[in-house]
Design a protein around this ligand. Structure first.
Ligand SMILES: *Cc1c(COP(=O)(O)O)cnc(C)c1O
Length: 406
């Protein structure tokens, strides 16, 4: 008899994440981890089996009849992400951005309209310009909390696309209120959940229809994988997404699916340490004379703090700060002086990163007051005392540099 180690549905999410998608045993034994199943061709025992499996796939069952559909490794990852998000089913995409594009293309037709919060991951605007606008789909950016959503919803509005907290400045949105207003007018709600990673934020439980993640970030967690996921709350929405996923031929490698699943097993302990380290750094920055503002929702003075406390169960390693110096060269000089923080985009790996926040990107956010330069930090798993010493050295280097060239 095989030993079933699947936790009960009422077990804590952290317990379920350790076991979700685990392989069963065969002949009384088996590995802990799901094998990496790479294939293009799926072989059938006979034509009967082929027709039977194709019919099941046609009826919507999670059955692979071709390599592009993804076999055991992919299915295990999908199950783990579905558990994490608390959804109906999950689709994998080759990157976070392709997951976003899938959702926008699947749910919007020519002549239709989407409302998008202004603090979204900036390349969403590129998808709009390069793809949606060309296909007669209208995207309108708005500022939740300032603009009244009901007044913006048109007869042609089909989708409300959000990200909370937002990219760069971490604006926290009142998701339950926005969902209620959207659903009252039959508008679907999709949200980018990369920041909360599913563990610290569960948008589907708050009413959203779709949760998207750049699994590239905290799920994979080691800066070595590109991966996206789309989790639907219901079968209806899932079927619409799955049809377009299939038509686009989206497919991810089994090795990358394996690495992402391996990352999920340690998501809880990694995120907890990212939060502890980032909180320490945020407090250090908040009292620093060369810093005007620190953007990190757990800080009591952050504008999103109350909503974050209400709807989130934790925070990650991302924070942004703006310089007291008005000089636009401050950010560049600062990141150049850092030793443990590499200069690089993306985040969610175990290591610290620093990036100048581009003024044109900041300018897309209504919450940005402008005028200063800013740096986004990803606080990694190094010892926070070493990170703070590194930051202190960089502040001194900026002061020196600006003094010399004054
Ligand atoms: C990085 C990121 C993405 C895109 O993910 P990729 O895997 O890099 O394509 C999408 N949304 C957010 C919030 C991100 O930070």
């Amino acid at each position: 008899m095989s030993r079933d180690n699947a936790p009960h549905d009422d077990a804590d999410l952290r317990t379920r994440l350790i076991h979700a998608g685990s392989p069963g045993l065969r002949d009384g034994a088996g590995p802990v981890n799901v094998p990496v199943v790479r294939t293009s061709t799926v072989r059938f025992a006979d034509s009967d089996a082929q027709h039977r499996l194709q019919a099941r796939r046609g009826a919507g069952d999670r059955v692979a009849t071709y390599g592009r559909h993804g076999l055991d490794t992919h299915q295990a990852l999908e199950e783990a992400i579905t558990t994490l998000e608390g959804g109906y089913r999950t689709l994998l995409a080759p990157s976070g951005l392709s997951a976003i594009t899938l959702v926008l293309l699947a749910l919007l037709k020519p002549g239709e309209h989407a409302l998008v919060s202004d603090s979204v991951y900036a390349p969403v605007r590129k998808v709009d310009r390069v793809l949606l606008a060309q296909h007669g789909i209208t995207v309108e950016y708005f500022t939740p909390g300032r603009d009244a959503l009901p007044e913006l919803i048109r007869d042609t509005t089909r989708l409300l696309y959000l990200e909370s907290p937002g990219s760069l400045l971490y604006e926290v949105l009142d998701l339950p209120a926005l969902v209620a207003q959207a659903h009252a007018r039959d508008v679907l709600v999709a949200t980018d959940n990369t920041w909360g990673a599913g563990l610290y934020y569960r948008p589907l439980a708050l009413g959203a229809d779709i949760s998207i993640q750049a699994a590239t970030k905290y799920l994979a967690g080691h800066s070595d994988v590109m991966m996206g996921s789309v989790t639907a709350a219901s079968a209806d929405v899932f079927d619409r997404l799955a049809a377009v996923h299939d038509a686009l031929g989206l497919s991810v490698g089994a090795d990358d699916a394996y690495l992402t699943l391996r990352g999920i097993r340690t998501l809880d302990v990694r995120l907890a340490r990212h939060q502890v380290n980032a909180t320490e750094v945020a407090h250090y920055l908040a009292q620093h004379p060369d810093v005007v503002q620190v953007y990190y929702p757990p800080l009591p003075q952050d504008p999103g703090h109350a909503l974050w406390r209400r709807d989130f169960s934790g925070a990650n390693g991302l924070l942004t700060f703006s310089f007291a110096q008005i000089d636009p060269r401050a950010a560049g000089a600062f990141v150049d002086a850092l030793k443990y923080f590499s200069i690089g985009a993306s985040w969610g790996g175990y290591e610290s990163l620093a990036l100048e926040a581009a003024p044109e990107r900041l300018g897309e956010h209504a919450s940005w007051r402008g005028g200063r330069s800013a740096v986004r930090l990803h606080i990694g798993l190094e010892h926070p005392a070493d990170l703070i010493a590194d930051l202190e050295r960089a502040f001194e280097a900026v002061r020196e540099r600006l003094k010399r060239s004054a």
